[in-house]
Design a protein around this ligand. Structure first.
Ligand code: OXD
Ligand code: MN
Length: 595
């Protein structure tokens, strides 16, 4: 018997009967297995070896050109009751979904190897971790899962001990966009994904398990599964505080997770440690604090825009043992993407000779997969079974106007509102104009496995006597001036904002009360080299603009009907009333006229 767990063997047998593979391979995660997979993929052309001098043990995978991103419109949450999936998800009844997708799986692995991939999300010995098994016919998925999760024998041993795991079934099928579904069955703790080999659709441990299924599981078990990075900030006294931060895609999450403090901070002894760049599981500890783990073991990061300026740590970790997907190549076979440097690539992401007329050389969603330990700012705390205590939760979005650089929520309920009201502009705004705002609560719009109304209630339920909950902040690195230029330097300089937050956590700095929350008082934020007019805008509260924003938030919440927590509606009303009572100040008038 491949496993001592009958339920696992029975499921594998059932899947094999349905999909008809030529052979079944149970993955042990060994080096020998990795080598064999690499050889297989190099022989089949699934992988190309990159320049062994500059990028030893690095490979390029080119996906099917119609399979390059997550497919939200084909992603379903299949709960028995439609309302439990909520307006935030596509829904299908399990009784309809199973036969529909099983018909696609029938015979889909004929002539192929079926890999059984046991994995653990989080350190093997952590009580916060949870396990799963992915069955897949893609060796590329296996190679990525080996980097992104704790995959193999140790995970299988834990699964056999615990006798519970999330079942994930994946087949690349024909890679036909017309025959593609990503289905989640949270009540059964199972996932079925057909027709895509791309990361978020196919590496089932990541978005499917660690966010959609885990968020559902977390609700019933009293914890939180969030789309957040985790970063440790060490002060010159050697104390490290941990911050969890949620941003929608393309808002610099990986850069913040791997931030290098500006020279002056480094000289004073500040350090930044990376625990995770995408997902955070948090549980209240006996001491009342929230303790967090990064359930992942690697980074599946967006390549374009990663450079010596934006993220030197990421560049340093990408010179060996990495898998690149859909990047371009230089003439000497090095990986290349837009924003990396001034070199001109030779081959684009589809393997064609590079021609600017064909668009970007690297696909805008091209990726790297690399072990977390290769990041220079990686901390062994990422392996700590108890996790790390979270001192601050940060929500953020891309807003060219209105939203200040940083503000603090008054209390937990207000913090939940700040997260629930999160929004980000889909396009950069031209001078003065406002971009298209999409609501993305807690950056979980594509990832929450149940009704957002219930999810916000779950967040609110953490406020209990004896809890030492983190302070909640909102940031906006993307505020623009009238000339369309960013007002804040961003990247490493975001350290200055983190410093203010940590001083608030310590209680060593006062803040200015406003209807929308607590803002830095003049002089408390290290912004001496930023023009005073820019600081005014960055820290101003445009009363009229916020009245409109509150109305838009309330209209959005209307869509959640009876599931909408009354406490958040009351909080909205409280803020609206405070805004009504507040005249436009000189500062905020200036803010609105520049917005
Ligand atoms: C990701 C995403 O891939 O959020 O992490 O889309
Ligand atoms: Mn993400």
């Amino acid at each position: 018997m491949p496993s001592q767990l009958a339920t696992l063997n029975d499921w594998v047998d059932d899947v094999a009967r349905l999909t008809q593979p030529e052979r079944i391979h149970w993955c042990d995660g060994s080096e020998q297995e990795r080598q064999a997979l690499l050889e297989l993929m190099l022989a089949s052309g699934d992988l190309l070896a990159l320049n062994p001098d500059t990028h030893p043990d690095c490979y390029l995978h080119r996906s099917s050109p119609s399979d390059v991103a997550r497919v939200e419109h084909l992603t379903f949450v299949c709960t028995s009751e439609r309302e439990d999936a909520g307006p935030n998800n596509n829904w299908m009844a399990p009784a309809d979904a199973h036969p529909k997708i099983d018909a696609l799986f029938a015979g889909s692995m004929r002539g192929r190897t079926m890999y059984v991939v046991p994995y653990c999300m989080g350190p093997i010995g952590s009580p916060i971790s949870r396990c799963g098994v992915e069955i897949t016919d893609s060796p590329y998925v296996v190679a990525n899962m080996r980097i992104m999760t704790r995959m193999g024998s140790a995970a299988l041993a834990r699964i056999e001990r615990e006798e519970r795991f999330v079942k994930g079934l994946h087949s690349i099928g024909e890679l036909d966009p017309e025959r593609r579904f990503i289905m989640h069955f949270p009540e059964e703790l199972s996932i079925k994904s057909y027709g895509s080999g791309y990361g978020g659709n196919a590496l089932l441990g990541k978005k499917c398990h660690a966010l959609r299924i885990a968020s559902h599981q977390a609700r019933s078990e009293g914890w939180l599964a969030e789309h957040m990075l985790i970063v440790g900030i060490e002060n010159p006294q050697g104390e490290t505080r941990y911050v969890a931060a949620a941003f929608p895609s393309a808002c610099g999450k990986t850069n913040l997770a791997m931030l290098i403090p500006p020279e002056g901070y480094r000289a004073a002894g500040w350090k930044v440690w990376t625990v995770g760049d995408d997902i955070c599981w948090m549980q209240p500890g006996e001491d009342g604090q929230l303790w967090a783990i990064n359930p992942e073991a690697g980074y599946f990061g967006v390549a374009p825009g990663t450079s010596q300026k934006t993220n030197p740590n990421a560049l340093a970790m990408l010179t060996r043992d990495a898998i690149f997907t859909n990047v371009a190549l230089t003439a000497d076979n090095q990986p290349w993407w837009e924003g990396l440097d001034e070199r001109v690539p030779a081959t684009d992401w589809q393997g064609r000779d590079y021609d600017p007329a064909n668009g970007p050389a690297a696909h805008p969603n091209s990726r790297f997969t690399v072990s977390a330990r290769q990041c220079p700012s990686w901390t062994p705390k990422a392996e700590e079974p108890a996790g790390v205590p979270i001192s601050a939760i940060v929500f953020g979005g891309r807003r060219a106007s209105l939203v200040p650089l940083v503000f603090e929520a008054r209390d937990w309920t207000h913090g939940v509102l700040v997260g629930a009201a999160m929004a980000s502009e889909t396009t950069a705004a031209a001078t003065g104009a406002v971009g298209v705002v999409r609501r993305d609560p807690m950056a979980m719009k594509p990832f929450c496995g149940y009704n957002f109304g219930d999810y916000w209630n779950h967040w609110l339920s953490f406020d209990q006597p004896g809890r030492k909950l983190p302070k909640v902040f909102h940031v906006n690195w993307f505020r623009k001036g009238a000339d369309g230029q960013f007002l804040w330097p961003g990247f490493g300089d975001n350290m200055r904002v983190l410093e203010w937050m940590l001083r608030r956590v310590e209680g060593s700095v006062e803040a200015a009360e406003t209807p929308i929350g607590l803002l830095p008082q003049p002089g408390d934020l290290n912004a001496d080299d930023v023009a005073p007019e820019a600081v005014d805008l960055l820290l101003g509260v445009d009363t009229d603009g916020w009245r409109e924003e509150l109305a838009a938030i309330a209209a959005y919440f209307d869509g959640y009907g009876e599931r909408m927590p009354q406490a958040l509606l009351a909080e909205c009303e409280r803020i609206s009333a405070a805004l009504e009572a507040r005249p436009q100040t000189a500062q905020s008038r200036r803010a609105s006229s520049h917005a």
